[in-house]
Design a protein around this ligand. Structure first.
Ligand code: PEP
Ligand code: MN
Length: 341
């Protein structure tokens, strides 16, 4: 059930609706929009009787939701969500660029990349301190020491930190040192982790699972939001297909597909999406052209020496060329991408 308030509904009208939802043993999620507030209801097993709400002052409509998701939906919030990440914003028209190494390796490596990222005008820095590696013998990340280096990047370069957490303890640490919790492709359906992230107050960058459908991806975001954290950014990072010329197949049509259904921002990761240095720039351009709200790009001062994902890392120079090019494309397509879906 979705309660749509009238545009002139007062604070106490909204509080009254939320109170009734609580009395029914359910949870109300208030999402204020530009012209009206909507309140999503979760926790119900069957359908909720609309007569509880229909005649209350300030209520415009009580709508039964037939889709499997509620809070991610444009029915709840017709305007695009803009998510605050540290002192920057993702969504809502500007192109957000998140860049940095795959993994935090040492302070020198990280600061070199941070310098290039700050110089490009990007507002967000990435870097993993906890790395989900295929082999248990591969470099697993620096852990908390890596997060300390990242928080130094925030102080020195005024960049907002996006970094992955793989378990609950990792989320606690990322909350302490970072600005945005990344949940990786391998954990997209780790439901207890999603719920835990939903109980934090930090925004979450949710990457699409390696074989996740659109609905599975959106429902993973719904898990986070159902716990009360509405600050979710979706990320297409490529999926597994029979195609073997690239590490993954970047499924760019998911950008307009998400746009049609959801108010959440969606960004694109051409680094993991392709796995090859030479493919990152063209696919980044394509991602911006289809209307992504941003990009996440891996950069390393010396890709051939990277401890993780060196084959897809850009040099700082390649990265700055990419930023110049995608900004031009974004200026060209910008607002038009919203109008078409
Ligand atoms: C990463 O961003 O470094 C990463 C491991 O991404 P993914 O979860 O998409 O593989
Ligand atoms: Mn990586």
């Amino acid at each position: 059930m979705l309660i749509v308030m009238k545009s002139d509904a007062t604070r106490s009208d909204i509080d009254r609706v939320v109170e009734i939802i609580k009395k029914l043993g359910l949870r109300g999620h208030e999402l204020p929009g530009e012209s009206r507030t909507a309140i999503g209801i979760t926790g119900n097993k069957g359908s909720v009787d609309p007569t509880h709400f229909e005649n209350l002052t300030g209520v415009a409509d009580a709508i039964r939701v037939t889709k499997p998701y509620k809070l991610i939906s444009k029915d709840l919030r017709p305007e695009q969500s803009v998510i605050k990440v540290g002192n920057g914003f993702i969504g809502g028209g500007d192109l957000a660029i998140i860049a940095g190494p795959c993994a935090v390796e040492n302070p020198g490596q990280v600061f070199k990349v941070a310098e290039a990222v700050a110089a490009s005008g990007a507002k967000f820095f990435r870097g993993g301190a906890f790395k989900p590696r295929t082999s248990p013998y591969a470099f697993q990340g620096m852990g908390e020491d890596g997060l300390k280096i990242l928080s130094e990047v925030r102080e020195r370069f005024d960049l907002n930190i996006v970094t992955e957490a793989m378990d609950e303890h990792g989320i606690d640490l990322v909350e302490k040192y970072g600005d945005c919790i990344q949940i990786g492709a391998r954990n997209m359906q780790n439901f207890s982790l999603l719920k835990y992230a939903g109980r934090t107050r930090k925004p979450v960058l949710l990457k699409r699972g390696l074989s996740a459908t659109l609905d599975e991806f959106l429902l993973a975001a719904e898990y986070i939001m159902a716990e009360g954290n509405y600050d979710v950014i979706l990320c297409e990072r490529g999926i597994r297909t029979f195609s073997d010329h690239a590490r993954n197949t970047m499924d760019l049509s998911i950008v307009p597909a998400i746009r049609r259904l959801s108010h959440l921002p969606v960004i694109v990761d051409p680094s993991h999406g392709t796995g090859h240095n030479y493919m990152v720039n063209p696919m980044a351009r394509a991602g911006v052209a289809v209307g992504a709200d941003g990009l996440i790009i891996e950069v390393h001062p010396c890709p051939e020496e990277a401890l993780c994902d060196g084959a897809q890392a850009l040099t700082p120079l390649q990265y700055s060329e990419l930023v110049d090019q995608v900004r031009k494309i974004h200026d060209l397509v910008g607002e038009k991408t919203f109008a078409q879906v």
